[in-house]
Design a protein around this ligand. Sequence first.
Ligand code: XMP
Length: 507
Amino acid sequence: MDKILVLDFGSQYSHLICRRIREFSVYAELVPFDISYEEIQKHNPKGIIFSGGPSSVYSSEAPVPENKIFEMDLPLLGICYGHQLIVDKFGGKVKRANKEYGSSLLTIDNDSDLLNGIGESVRAWMSHGDEAEEIPSGFKIIGHTEGAKAAAIASDEKSVYGIQFHPEVVHTEQGTEILKNFVLKVCKAKQEWTMEGFIDSAIEKISKIDGNVLCGVSGGIDSTVVALLIDKAIGDRLKCVFVNNGLLRLNEEKEVEEMFKDNFKVNFTSVDAGNQFLEKLKGVEDPELKRKIVGEEFIHVFTNFAEKEGPFKWLAQGTLYPDVIESGVSKGPADVIKSHHNVGGLPDWLNLEILEPLRELYKDEVRQIAKILGVPEKLFMRHPFPGPGLSVRIMGEITQTKLQISKIASKIVEEELMESGFYTKVWQAYAAVGDDKAVGVVGDERKYGNIVMIRVVDSIDAMTADWTRLPHGVLEKMSNRITNEIEDVTWVTYTISSKPPATIEPQ
Ligand code: XMP
């Protein structure tokens, strides 16, 4: 399959470049900037893109790729820092300039393969401190902004281009068209990356493994898709296990079991280990210790299952591409099947090889696959839920009372968000509970009850988040329902901390 390699110089937008390119069905892969020339050759790419990055090309610590890469007879596009690198390496000059940040008007000066058909001017997203002062010989300026006279340069002859702005962000008008010009017209890459194609090739690869597979499923989209792919390949050698750890959302264990039983034919077992988890968590207040105990208990449950139902050779997981890159576990290229055991938190003695069919995919691609495989629509819109479950939403010791309060109150929050149309617009929403109590009056009686904290946040990637400005009417309804429907609750509060400095989960 034709491939574009994106060398990552540390921009927060590096992943976006790959995603945008994949959106028009060309496979793009993010690799570290210091990838060797030999490695690049093995990839056999149709073109290379240098991402942006926070450095200045004149800094002694500036990330610089191998020199041979500039001599390759391959189309090259530099974005932001990548643009400056191209100017510098091909013999031009970069200078410190006034910072240009945000949307600027890019005027197109010259016809080129890169900006062909883009029009006379577009709004373009800039974020830079340096700029090209002199462009290398053999290049021409094809676009400028008020702050950067060489905001876009080209050597159509060499098929080398540099742009100071970010075509990958939505704020750049026609950004995708510019990337398409480079990838489809300059690199002549074929649009062969489709999720139907991915499904076929994943099934083919999985079919070739020997031994039995144990797949932990949570009811979330990633592990469900993993289970379905493996089932299609080697269904008779797959066992899926769902662990009820007692820390799930209200009725979640029933809903997950029903979803699997009603929709799929995969070999599914539900293990009720709620008491086992809650017993281990008794008296524990420290948030980190709670997480550790939950993690360890999961492994015990898996091990017991494997001993009874095994032998298993593989443990399947729903690891996605950003996890692979960000965990630093793998530097770059991601195979569909990786036979090394390298996932943090799983002990070596488990002695299982790891099967991660989604390691080269982004979340939106997994959603597309889920649709193709017939995963129910309801699952797509479900908010993310943390692995350690309600243990991170209950402050202090986990008790049955607090569990019930958090479960029912969270359900009410979800229902009211759905009713008001906000559920699909927000990132996450729940009700947390701790040991704080407050006085209330019920009828004529004074009551000392729990305080519930509603948290609803907007986010794009969970790295940062802001509290959602919900209409007062929606909050009022949530509050009324929570105090009316849960006997132990007297006060309801709304958390108005963003991330940072807070986090999305309270623990
Ligand atoms: P924080 O609280 O760090 O959460 O802002 C960011 C996102 O990650 C989720 N989260 C977890 N997910 N295991 C998970 O699978 C965990 O231990 C965990 N802790 C937080 C959280 O729900 C939010 O979406």
